[in-house]
Design a protein around this ligand. Sequence first.
Ligand code: SF4
Length: 218
Amino acid sequence: MTERRENPYVWVTWISKLLAGEAHCEWAAWFKAHHAQFEKRPPTFDFAKWNAEHGRMVRERARALAKEGYNVGLEEQNKFNLKGASGATLGGKPDLVAVREAEVLVVDCKTGQTRGADYFQVLVYMLALPLCRPQYKNLSLSGRVEYQDHAIQIPPEELTQEAADRVWELMERVVSDDESARVPSAGECAFCDITRRDCPDRIDEAPDSLKGEELAPF
Ligand code: SF4
């Protein structure tokens, strides 16, 4: 069933947790980049409920931005595939891309709690979009992560050369023919959809099973 891709393909959400330091197993991203078909564990959350909540948020925020005078593109309209010199592709789909005069605002809507990965997801969109859409190149690009009750703004200055270099360095490792390191841990494997068929190091025990056998002196 596992099928190797001819050219690696990386979805932005596979690398955003790694960039934020919220995940450490680069092999998971490397494996997905190189394999189109593989056995997946069932999702650990109610996807239909999430889809409905997320869709409602996206439409509400789009309406609000349109009222502020932005020309707003939604989800599929914003999908991009950024080709690299190696033949690999970085793909993404920002929830909203809003354009007003010389200003572009990239927005992603999150129904859950604040995570560093969300910030990096939008930062990567800000980096990739002008390379795919030349019309954004000379405009001021900023980002925003919208949560239910607050928003995190990402001004253009936060997309530094150092941040861009970190993204490209990680991409180079993930699309490389050389396998990245596997970093199994109960906490991270629990949220990984790769089964033991492809990842022999997978840890399925609950984190409680890692507790020490002896009592500590406190
Ligand atoms: S199951 Fe665990 S070790 Fe295997 S790829 Fe996923 S996170 Fe990494």
